[in-house]
Design a protein around this ligand. Structure first.
Ligand code: BJW
Ligand code: ZN
Length: 297
């Protein structure tokens, strides 16, 4: 069958309401899709366009969320399995929840920290490593700024896969800090139910960003700066409802970047325009890398 002409070219569609949606071959069973599913040929064209954009862009930013780690076996926050012991994330990931019931909050985090020791990066994480390597190599020099991975994930899987420029917007499960003094430590060991600071004896907390807390200033500044000058912005595996991280998507659009969402579901990001590849990141990102290598999928 003859290829259909490309319907999306870089920034030409920026500002339209609703993304152009292309569903991957494997399909997703997504009933809530905002546009009718398009045929495989159109998905191929869209994939080619994204690969093309990635191959030309001098600066690329990816914003990732829990969906990228779903294929490693970690639960997302707002999926069907998104509750923890019947609590919504909004009820355990706040400073007031920790004040009220630190044991409950530590149980939540210790369970997730233990689970982390059982999981590995998946093909989606590894595709980001390949993308960074390509972009850095192509840029010559030290490749500073060629690729920035701004992740909302606290699981460390991007770094474990080998990604280098990773901005952990919401902190890390593999660090703890004191609620009183400046003690900060990296640890992936099991911790007591209510761990205490080795320096001052006060309660430790996970070094993650809870609701109503500020993101780490320097990391946020770097993410915002990279976004403001990027040419292609990938939004992968996030519901894009948590701010300020989700605000990077609008900032990328405002900067004229091609915004591409990779997610099996329609999200708040796809409702705001751009191009959406519907499917799992562990499937679509490796397909994109194959295209970049010049191999047809
Ligand atoms: C797949 C897949 C596959 C499945 N492949 N995809 C402006 C407007 C409105 C509200 C606010 C605003 N500014 C601030 C707020 C308040 C608040 C906020 O955003 N609230 C919203 C809920 C409305 N934000 C904050 O409080 C932030 N702080 C702040 O703004 O400071 C300033 C301030 C100071 C003082 C007072 C007030 C403001 C801090 C936000 C911190 C968020 N922290 C958490 C917990 C981290 C620690 C932990 O892990 O426990 O971060 S909440 C949780 O949500 C976690 C995540 O990083 C974050 C985002 O979730 P994510 O990654 O998108 O996951 P899901 O589950 O939502 O989505 C998964 C997606 O994957 C889905 O779309 C699936 O379809 C998809 N998927 N399988 C690809 N195989
Ligand atoms: Zn201390």
């Amino acid at each position: 069958m003859a290829r259909k002409p490309a319907r999306f070219s870089g920034g030409a569609r920026l500002g339209v309401s609703g993304a152009l949606v292309f569903r991957s071959r494997a399909g997703t069973g997504d009933a809530a899709i905002m546009h009718p599913p398009l045929d495989t040929d159109e998905y191929d064209v869209a994939l080619e366009q994204v690969a093309n954009s990635l191959s030309k862009a001098r600066r690329v930013v990816a914003l990732t969320g829990a969906g990228v780690s779903a294929e490693s076996g970690l639960a997302t926050f707002r999926g069907a399995d998104g509750l923890w012991e019947g609590h919504r994330i909004e009820d355990v990931a706040t400073p007031s929840a920790f004040q009220r019931d630190p044991a409950l909050v530590w149980r939540f985090y210790n369970a997730r920290r233990a689970n982390l020791r059982t999981v590995q990066p998946n093909p989606g994480h590894r595709a980001f490593v390949e993308l960074e390597d390509r972009l850095v190599k192509r840029s010559g020099g030290d490749g500073a700024g060629a690729f920035t991975l701004a992740t909302q994930n606290v699981d460390g899987l991007h770094r474990a896969a080998g990604s280098r420029r990773v901005l952990e917007l919401h902190g890390s499960l593999q660090r703890v800090r004191c609620t009183r003094c400046s003690h900060l430590a990296a640890t992936d060991e099991a911790l007591p139910d209510l761990p205490h600071c080795p320096q001052c004896g006060h309660l430790l907390r996970p070094d993650v960003v809870w609701f109503h807390e500020m993101l780490p200033a320097e990391i946020w500044r770097e993410a915002a700066q990279a976004t403001a000058i990027c040419e292609c912005f990938l939004v992968v595996g996030t519901s894009a409802i948590v701010y300020p991280a989700a605000g990077l998507i609008d900032a990328a659009r405002a900067a004229g970047a091609m915004v591409v969402e990779i997610n099996p579901e329609a999200t708040s990001a796809s409702r705001r325009g751009g191009l959406a590849l519907r499917g799992r990141s562990g499937e679509i990102l490796p397909q994109l890398m194959q295209r970049l290598r010049g191999e047809k999928t």
